[in-house]
Write a protein of this length. Sequence first.
Length: 142
Amino acid sequence: MACDTPVYSLLDHTADLKIRVWGRDLLDLFENAATSMMRFLLEAGPADETEVISISLTAEDLNDLMVRWLSEILYLLMGEHQVVVQSKLNAINRSHLDAVLHVIPYDPDKHQMETEIKAVTYHQIDVSPRGSHWQAEIVFDL
């Protein structure tokens, strides 16, 4: 998830947070979306040892898959108190993904919460190819 070049931008949206994320391909797009959401959620310190979690998600289409993907990562933080420090997709198609997440325990002494995201929404979700790359627009309920 370490990337110096921004892979997202903020978009104007009343009362919520809306971002646009880019990727070279679907794998890259979904990994960048996870990284971008985590950057808005908290300021994480360096990760020492990580635990590895494998996940497999099925959805109706790419839009649904993106919402489920980011919702799973949000749940890990808010429900399980696990910070996703890296995501690696092994496989993806229009209705399924397999990924490995590297997580560390959330520690309020090490991790500064930046933005409280309540949910990843289906409102205006758009995952689509754009010429030579992929793009997603995602709205978060704050």
